[in-house]
Design a protein around this ligand. Structure first.
Ligand code: CTP
Ligand code: ZN
Length: 161
């Protein structure tokens, strides 16, 4: 019985099974799936039903990650932040097993109130009621208040409050 040995695109798709209702974040850059989960605030502790594929072969990217979240549709803020670490991602809304909406993420010019500045002396972090604001660069983000540029580790700046 060679049931487990056949190959082909269909099987790559089936590596992570289809979901009934929720969101599929597809074409995530290889290696970024755990950062996607961080952005969505998913740590498994709330019993969320989540499937993750990492470094799955893909036509569009050499290797992609894929994240499937049951019973959840994403907010625009979440999609904006996702675009910073997964600029090629597509967001697929699934209802009753069908993809009812599909859109590519778009990189916004600025993100407000979703990242916190790593500079302890920044006016946005020293207790003043100032909403954080970052300009989105080609390869990172720049604090509009203190000019700090962050290229790697953007997911760590996500304001979880
Ligand atoms: N998907 C899923 N559960 C469903 C429907 C779709 O997990 N009930 C997943 C598919 O496995 C795929 C993604 O959602 O990874 C998008 O589905 P679909 O649009 O059917 O696939 P493609 O046409 O291959 O998408 P694209 O053109 O964006 O690559
Ligand atoms: Zn700052």
């Amino acid at each position: 019985d060679d049931h487990d040995h056949h190959d082909g695109n269909a099987d790559h798709e089936l590596r992570v099974s289809k979901i009934q209702d929720g969101t599929v974040i597809d074409h995530v850059r290889g290696g970024q799936a755990l950062n996607v989960l961080a952005i969505l605030g998913i740590d498994g502790g709330e019993g969320e039903e989540v499937s993750v594929g990492m470094n799955v072969p893909s036509d569009r990217l050499a290797r992609k990650d894929i994240v499937k979240v049951e019973d959840r549709e994403l907010s625009q803020d979440e999609v904006d932040v996702l675009s910073l670490i997964a600029p090629d991602a597509s967001i697929n809304i699934v209802r009753d097993y069908d993809v009812v909406e599909k859109h590519r993420v778009e990189r916004p010019d600025v993100v407000e109130g979703v990242l916190s500045c790593p500079n302890a002396d920044c006016i946005t972090t020293d207790g003043e009621p100032v909403t954080s604001r970052f300009e989105v660069l080609q390869d990172g983000v720049r604090c509009s208040y203190c000019g700090t540029i962050v290229r790697a580790g953007i997911a760590e700046l996500i304001d979880t409050n």
